[in-house]
Ligand binder design. Structure first.
Ligand code: MRU
Length: 333
């Protein structure tokens, strides 16, 4: 496989590494991924995260490990374990289905498995560019744009999904200002999106999630761009918890609300949002916070917690879907 370096992954011909996103923005720690167990642990701990990146890093790590797997049966057993690492982002399942099919079809030819994993990586880089260009066509000069979670180079192999639109709009001198939802409980917006925008010198302000409605009422937000973790056949989609509230607020304030995703996020087996599995995560993520600064708990240890990692937004609240290089008013797969 060819060597590569992105914001979130690198391969030097020997070692495959991911950046530990839990330690960003203040510490850049690269973690070596040598086995399926390593990538499962990294995905579960959100060291590597974001729908496209989960699928691609899982495929690359399995492909590189395939030469150590011994035989097809052991490879498929490991692949099925990786599939279980997180339930909502369908890119993981879609990519692993392709890797598994290639492993079987090629008679467990590890070079061909690796070539496919690399192709998935390259495809995502290209799709990010296409989403960026298509989405930037929806942005007007001077727009205030609100975004949620992290959808950039730390969530994909390229420039991102929704964030790619914002980066491309900035490159096109559209004079945008980005309102970055901090994205409780794990702060992907405040920690990761803010860091990516700062690096790219895109004007932005971090806001707490519960400030979004107020900034809409003040007329500061002209458009909202978010990513997706799974899009059902009718266009209902799962994304980071808090997305649904934003869509309802956007509807009330008549603000266009766009979903940006590669076609690897489409789930043609899922009829509507009711069929999307929503991951429930640990109580400790809500009772406190953890990062490069250590771990802090502020809520009472004994208080019960609910922690769904995603919510599902009905398609009728979506103004448009930017899928790969095209803008669709509605989706019907
Ligand atoms: O729990 P995470 O950080 O993996 O959730 C990520 C998101 O919800 C993103 O918005 C989503 O993956 C789409 S973007 C590439």
């Amino acid at each position: 496989m060819k060597n590569f370096t992105t914001m979130s992954m690198r391969y030097d011909g020997h070692k495959f590494e991911i950046i530990d996103q839990q330690m960003l923005p203040d510490k850049k720690i690269w973690v070596s991924i040598e086995s399926p167990q390593d990538i499962i642990a990294a995905i579960k701990a959100l060291k590597v995260r974001g729908a496209p990146l989960i699928g691609i890093s899982a495929s690359l790590s399995l492909a590189l490990w395939s030469s150590k797997a011994g035989d097809l049966e052991s490879f498929i057993t490991a692949l099925e374990q990786v599939r279980e690492s997180r339930p909502t982002a369908v890119n993981l399942m879609n990519n692993l289905d392709l890797i598994k099919a290639e492993a079987v079809k090629s008679g467990f030819n590890t070079e061909r498995i690796q070539a496919l994993a690399f192709q998935l990586f390259q495809d995502d880089v290209d799709l990010c560019k296409k989403m960026g260009r298509a989405g930037a066509g929806l942005v007007d000069v001077g727009d205030g744009i609100l975004t949620h979670c992290n959808t950039g180079g730390l969530a994909t192999a390229g420039d991102g999904t929704a964030l790619s639109v914002l980066l491309e709009s900035h490159r096109q001198d559209k004079n945008i200002h980005v309102y970055v939802d901090e994205t409780r409980p794990l702060l992907q917006g405040g920690r990761l999106t803010a860091w990516e925008l700062l690096e790219a010198q895109v004007p932005h302000s971090i806001i707490c999630d519960n400030m979004a409605g107020w900034f809409m009422q003040l007329g500061k937000v002209q458009k909202i761009f978010v990513g997706a973790d799974r899009i059902a056949k009718n266009g209902d989609f799962a994304n980071k918890i808090g997305t649904y509230s934003l869509a309802v607020l956007a509807d009330f304030h008549k603000i266009p609300f766009y979903v940006v995703a590669p076609s690897t996020t489409l789930d043609s087996n899922c009829i509507d949002g009711k069929g999307i599995p929503v991951e429930m995560r640990k109580d400790s993520e809500v009772r406190g916070v953890k990062g490069h600064f250590g771990e802090i708990r502020w809520a009472p240890e004994g208080s019960p917690v609910l922690n769904p990692a995603f919510d599902v937004t009905p398609s009728q609240l979506v103004t448009g879907f930017v899928i790969d290089g095209e803008v669709h008013k509605s989706l019907s797969l």
